[in-house]
Design a binder for this molecule. Structure first.
Ligand code: ATR
Length: 279
């Protein structure tokens, strides 16, 4: 049996095992996808233990918080998008070594364009945050043709570094790209993406509602209670709120396609997951 898993800490509530089991069922693939909680200082040991599992042949894994940086370090081969993001959410074990990739950004882009049906081309995008979650999506947002992307972060220096690293991508796609402090975001945006952890610590939305174009799409990368504050704020200010469930399913679809060479029906699985979660 081909084995896959999601590794993280915490990982108990991850929906990934259910999503991948459903993908496998719908595409007729035979595999097992589990979850592994890894000690905070034990990422390399966690990978080794998974690869030694006698239950089958470990083929790859998804990586979630807080190991997306560690995962880059164990990979012998990095895709260009993972190298740019400096974060890895998908590892594939091949004969020539461990391959690291990042499907988070394409997951967000697919969720916006296919599930929310909003073309990113020509739009103004505000990306709030400059940590691993934001880093994973900036390149794909630029590649999708955004007209202008502003990265706003509490620590301005981190936004500046992220923007500098992506300057060649912005240039290649003819996009304007700038870094700002949270209280100095200029103008209004068609798409606002919350990639901060502020809601987890009970904090309020870290930018002024003036950033929202009327009818803007406002996406939190989290889902469930962690996304509620941002979504309420967006709704109250005339924007269309969206949680991160679609991005979760789409990034999983990207990983599944890399591993199995077949594209699963992500929109169907997203509908099923929403029905299951009652929303
Ligand atoms: P992740 O991998 O989830 O992105 P991270 O790398 O720790 O996690 O990044 C967390 C992001 O949330 C950062 O952009 C962080 O801002 P700083 O770079 O200034 O630390 C942001 N963040 C966390 N708590 C926040 C809060 N209360 N208000 C605003 N931004 C916050």
């Amino acid at each position: 049996m081909d084995l896959y898993c999601v590794m993280g800490n915490p990982v108990e509530h991850s929906r990934s095992p259910w999503i991948h089991a459903r993908f496998a069922e719908l595409t007729g693939q035979t595999l097992h996808y589990g979850r592994r909680r890894i000690e905070l200082d034990g990422f390399a040991d966690g990978i080794a233990a998974f690869r030694a599992d006698p239950a089958g042949m470990a083929r790859g894994c998804n990586i979630t918080v807080p190991f997306k940086f560690d995962a880059g370090a164990v990979a012998q081969h990095l895709s260009p998008r993972a190298a740019l993001a400096k974060a890895v959410n998908t590892l594939t074990f091949r004969a020539d070594g461990v391959h690291g990739d990042n499907t988070d950004g394409v997951g967000l882009v697919n969720d916006i364009q296919q599930n929310a049906q909003l073309t990113i081309g020509g739009r103004d995008v505000l990306l709030i945050g400059a940590g691993g979650a934001a880093a994973g999506v900036l390149g794909p947002l630029l590649a999708a043709g955004a007209r202008r992307v502003v990265v706003a972060n509490r620590t301005l220096g981190k936004a500046v570094a992220l923007v500098q690293r992506h300057a060649p991508v912005a240039l290649a796609h003819g996009a304007q790209l700038e870094a700002r402090a949270l209280d100095a975001v200029p103008g209004r945006f068609d798409i606002v993406v919350n990639a901060t952890a502020s809601s987890l610590s009970g904090g309020s939305v870290p930018v002024d509602a003036g950033v929202l174009q009327p009818g803007a799409l406002a996406i939190d990368m989290m889902y469930g209670p962690a996304a509620a504050g941002f979504m309420d704020w967006a709704r109250a200010h005339g924007a269309v709120p969206r949680d991160g469930l679609g991005m979760l399913v789409e990034q999983a679809a990207g990983a599944f396609a890399l591993w199995r060479g077949v594209r699963p029906p992500a929109a169907q699985v997203l509908d099923e997951l929403r029905a299951q979660l009652g929303g």
